[in-house]
Design a protein around this ligand. Structure first.
Ligand code: MOS
Length: 761
C-alpha cells in the first residue's frame, strides 16, 4: 500500500469537459458510429501491399537454417553444397556475417524493442533449439529453400536447462514485472488462510503458445549508399528503427521503415533475429533481400506466450467475503529477455480481501525468448484466478456472479487508489440478463441433452489502461478544407486508421471523407508502439494537444477582420469545416476563408502525448464479464462451445463495429487458449514438436459459435475521449469461463490448459 496516492479532488481530471480539457469527450459526431474500415476495400481487393509483397528490382530471397540442439557450439558447418546449388547468391553464417552489436531489449530502455539481448550470428555458440545458424540467399525462394536444406551442421552439445520443474526449483524473482514489484503483500495471508472457515488452495498450469498471425513475419530490405530501407510488418516502428540502428551502429535518421499494413501482431511484430539477418545479408549481397519466415520458422525464431505454474489460495467467511487472496507462481523465461508473463496483474486489482499476496517468479529455460502475446499475463493469470473464484463460489454455495458482487472492492485492493471508472458489476448484470444466466443449473452435471452434458460458466475479463508518453502527431489543414493527419502509428487490422479518422473529423469539425490519415512510416512524426492496448488513448491525447495548438494558430491567422475576432480558444469550437463561437451560431468562419484571407495554402501543428499522470492518481483498468455455454459429450469427452457472450466495460466505445470485432477476435483467441492451443516443447532437447498450423490448433470456424458482444459504453472521465483501449481484454477470462462451464456441465475441474478431451476421460 502506498500513502502517496492522491484523491481525485486534488488532481483535476485532465480530459473531462469539467476540466475544460476535452470538450469532444461529451459530443457525438463521427465518434460512436460504426464507420466501416477504411482499409477494407484495399484489403479485399488484394491491393494493400504487405512487407513480403513490395516489388523491388534485383530482389533476392532468403531462407534460414536453424539449430537442432538447445545449447552448445557448432562443431562443423559445411556450406559448400549450398553455395554450389542453383541460383544461390550467398550463404551467410557466423564466419562471414558482419559485426553486429547485441539488440537493446524491450522494457530495459523506453525506445528499445529487441526481443533478446543475445548477439545474432556472431559466434559458434547455440542458445536454443531453433536458433538461426545460416542464411541462404538466392534468386528465388524455392532455390533458397532447397539450398538451405543442403547446409550440414554438427554440434558439440552442452547441458541445457529444459525442465520447467527443475528450473522452478532454482527460480528467481524478476527485477520488476513491467515496472511493478514482483511481490506485493498486504497483511498475513497464510495466517488468514489457516483461520478461514472456507479455504481453497489450488495449482493451475498453462502451456506455451505460439503467435499465429495470418501474415507471417517478413522483411524486405535494402541499402542505398549507407542508408537502409526496411519494409516490415511491425507494431513498433520507431522502436524497431532505434534497435536496428544500435545493432548496426548507424544513425537512426539513415533508416526508413515502412509498415502500412500488418496482418496481425498480438505482441509478436517487433524486431527479431530475422530483421538483423536480412539486413546483414543485404549488406553482404549488395542486393535487396526478402526474408519471409515460414510457419515453422515462426515457432522457432519468434517467441510467444510462456508456460506458467500458478497457485491461487482463497480464504472466505460464510458471508462470502474474502479474508485472504494469494496468487503466486512461476513463468518460464530466458536469461536474455525480460518478459516475466505478468499473470498476477489481475489479482492486484480485482477483488477485496483482508489480506492479499501476489508473487511472480521466473525459471530460466534455454528456449527462444518468450514475448508479449495478447494480454500477456492477464490471459493466463485470469484463467487461474477466475477458476479459483468459481471453485470458492461452489464451496460457499453461492452463485459465482453473486460471490463476485460480494468481493467488489471500493478502491484498488493493493494500491488503495480510487478507480477512475469501474462498472464490472453492471457488466455482469447486463451480460447475465442477455445470456440467460438464470437458466444455469446450480449443481454440476445436472443438465443433459441426449449424449451431451450442458453447462454454463462465467469469468471476469480485465486489462490495464495504458497511455504512452511521447507519441507525436501532425495535423495539416489545407485551403480546400481537407485535413491530413500524419503519425507513425500502426494498422494491424484493428481499425486504427478508421477510428482516428473519426476522432480527427470530430476534432476538426470535418466529415470523415475530408480527413486523410497517414500512418505506418518512420518518416512521419515518431509514435509509440501499438502495444498494451495503448495506441488509441495515446493517439487521442496527442491529437488533443495538436488540435489545441492548431486552434491557437487559426485564431491568430483569423485576426481582427474575422467573425471570430476577440474570441479565445476556450470560446470557440470546430464545426462545419471551420471555427465557430460556442454560443452564437452566426459567429463562424470556415478554414478555407481563414486561410484564404491569410494568403496561406495550409496551416499545421504538432502535438505529443503528455506524461500519463492519470495512472499515477487512479487505478485505471478495463473490465468485462465472459459468459460461456458448453456441451461436453458424455462418451467421448468432446467439448463444443455452443454460445458465448462478452459484456465489456472499457470506457467510451469509439466505433462499435471495429470494437465488437476486436472483442470477438480476442474471445476467439481465448477459445484457442482454453481448448486447443499448446506449443509442445520437448524437455529432452528443447525442440518444439508441433511447428505448424496442422499440429498447433487455433480455432477454426467449426470451433467458434456465434459470439455476442455488448458494452457499457460509459466514458472514463480520466482517459482521452473517455476511451480506455480494447485490443487485449477480449482474450482475458475466456479460459476460465470455458473451464467453469466445463465444470458446470460435467462436475470435472480441469486446472491445466488446454482442456482437451483426454483430460475429461
Ligand atoms: Mo500487445 S501483447 O501489447 O500487442
Amino acid at each position: 500500500m502506498t500513502n502517496l496516492q492522491k484523491t481525485p479532488e486534488q488532481t483535476p481530471a485532465r480530459w473531462t469537459p469539467d476540466g475544460g480539457r476535452d470538450p469532444l469527450a461529451g459530443r457525438h459526431g463521427a465518434i460512436g458510429t460504426s464507420l466501416p474500415r477504411i482499409d477494407g476495400p484495399l484489403k479485399v481487393r488484394g491491393q494493400a501491399r504487405f512487407a513480403a509483397e513490395v516489388p523491388v528490382d534485383r530482389l533476392t530471397y532468403a531462407a534460414l537454417v536453424t539449430s537442432t540442439i538447445a545449447r552448445g557450439v557448432i562443431a562443423t558447418l559445411d556450406t559448400a553444397a549450398a553455395e554450389a546449388a542453383p541460383g544461390v547468391v550467398l550463404v551467410m553464417t557466423h564466419r562471414n556475417a558482419p559485426r553486429m552489436a547485441p539488440p537493446a531489449v524491450i522494457m530495459t530502455d523506453p525506445r528499445a524493442a529487441g526481443a533478446s539481448s543475445l548477439p545474432v550470428m556472431q559466434d559458434a555458440s547455440i542458445h536454443w533449439n531453433g536458433e538461426p545458424v545460416a542464411v541462404v540467399v538466392a534468386e528465388t525462394q524455392e532455390q533458397a529453400d532447397h539450398a538451405a536444406s543442403l547446409v550440414r551442421v554438427t554440434y558439440r552439445e552442452e547441458p541445457a536447462s529444459l525442465s520447467f520443474e527443475q528450473a522452478i526449483a532454482v527460480g528467481r524473482h524478476p527485477d520488476t514485472v513491467l515496472g511493478e514489484p514482483a511481490v506485493i503483500e498486504t497483511g498475513d495471508t497464510e495466517t488468514a488462510l489457516s483461520a478461514a472457515p472456507h479455504r481453497i488452495d489450488r495449482v493451475y498450469r498453462t502451456p506455451r503458445h505460439s503467435h499465429s498471425a495470418i501474415e507471417p513475419h517478413a522483411v524486405t530490405v535494402w541499402w542505398e549508399n549507407g542508408d537502409l530501407v526496411v519494409h516490415d510488418a511491425t507494431q513498433m516502428l520507431h522502436m524497431t528503427r532505434y534497435t536496428i540502428a544500435g545493432v548496426f551502429g548507424i544513425d537512426e535518421e539513415r533508416i526508413r521503415i515502412h509498415s502500412p499494413y500488418v496482418g496481425g501482431g498480438f505482441g509478436s511484430k517487433g524486431p527479431w533475429s530475422h530483421h538483423y539477418l536480412a539486413i546483414a545479408a543485404a549488406k553482404l549481397a549488395g542486393r535487396p533481400v526478402r526474408l519471409a519466415l515460414s510457419r515453422a520458422d515462426i515457432f522457432r525464431v519468434v517467441g510467444g506466450r510462456t508456460t506458467t505454474e500458478q497457485r491461487v489460495a482463497l480464504g472466505a467467511r460464510d458471508d462470502g467475503t474474502l479474508t485472504a487472496l494469494v496468487h503466486a507462481g512461476t513463468a518460464a523465461m530466458t536469461t536474455h529477455n525480460n518478459c516475466p508473463e505478468q499473470f498476477t496483474f489481475p489479482a492486484r486489482h480485482l477483488y477485496a480481501a483482508d489480506s492479499i499476496r501476489v508473487e511472480q517468479r521466473v525459471a530460466d529455460i534455454d528456449m527462444v525468448a518468450n514475448t508479449f502475446m495478447r494480454a500477456p499475463g492477464e490471459s493466463v493469470g485470469s484463467f487461474a484466478l477466475e477458476c479459483a473464484i468459481d471453485e470458492m463460489a461452489g464451496e460457499l454455495g453461492l452463485d459465482p456472479i453473486e460471490f463476485r458482487r460480494r468481493i467488489e472492492p471500493e478502491t484498488d485492493p493493493t494500491s488503495g487508489r480510487p478507480f477512475s471508472s469501474r462498472h464490472l458489476v453492471k457488466a455482469y448484470a447486463d451480460g447475465a440478463e442477455r445470456f440467460g444466466w438464470s437458466r444455469r443449473a446450480a449443481s454440476p452435471g445436472a443438465l443433459r441433452n441426449g449424449d451431451w452434458l450442458v453447462g454454463m460458466g462465467v469469468a471476469t475479463a480485465t486489462y490495464p489502461y495504458y497511455r504512452m508518453p511521447g507519441g507525436r502527431v501532425r495535423i495539416t489543414l489545407s485551403r480546400d478544407g481537407r485535413a491530413t493527419v500524419a503519425v507513425a502509428a500502426h494498422e494491424m487490422g484493428m481499425g486504427t486508421a478508421t477510428v482516428h479518422t473519426q476522432v480527427l473529423a470530430d476534432r476538426l469539425g470535418l466529415s470523415v471523407d475530408h480527413v486523410d490519415f497517414q500512418h505506418g512510416d518512420t518518416a512521419l512524426p515518431a509514435f509509440t508502439m501499438a502495444g498494451g492496448s495503448s495506441q488509441t488513448a495515446t493517439l487521442a491525447a496527442a491529437a488533443h494537444e495538436a488540435t489545441a495548438a492548431l486552434l491557437e494558430e487559426l485564431l491568430r491567422l483569423a485576426g481582427n477582420d474575422s467573425p471570430l475576432a476577440g474570441l479565445t480558444a476556450d470560446e470557440v469550437e470546430a464545426r462545419d469545416g471551420g471555427l465557430g463561437h460556442r454560443g452564437a451560431r452566426d459567429r463562424f468562419e470556415s478554414y478555407a476563408s481563414i486561410l484564404g484571407r491569410a494568403g496561406r495554402d495550409a496551416v499545421g501543428a504538432e502535438g505529443e502525448s503528455p506524461m500519463p499522470t492519470e495512472t499515477q492518481t487512479f487505478s485505471m483498468h478495463s473490465y468485462g464479464a465472459q459468459f460461456c455455454e458448453v456441451r461436453v459429450h458424455a462418451v467421448t469427452g468432446e467439448i463444443r462451445v455452443s454460445r458465448f457472450l462478452g459484456s465489456f466495460d472499457c470506457g467510451r466505445i469509439l466505433n462499435p463495429g471495429t470494437a465488437a470485432s476486436q472483442f470477438r477476435g480476442g474471445i476467439i483467441m481465448g477459445l484457442g487458449l482454453a481448448l486447443t492451443e499448446e506449443t509442445q516443447f520437448d524437455e529432452r532437447n528443447g525442440r518444439i514438436m508441433n511447428p505448424s498450423l496442422a499440429e498447433y490448433h487455433v480455432p477454426v470456424h467449426m470451433d467458434v459459435p456465434e459470439i455476442d458482444v455488448i458494452f457499457t459504453d460509459i466514458p472514463d472521465p480520466h482517459a482521452p475521449l473517455g476511451a480506455r483501449g480494447i485490443g487485449e481484454i477480449g482474450i482475458t477470462g475466456v479460459g476460465a469461463a470455458v473451464a467453469n462451464a466445463v465444470h458446470n456441465a460435467t462436475g470435472r475441474r480441469i486446472r491445466e490448459l488446454p482442456i482437451t478431451l483426454d483430460k475429461l476421460l
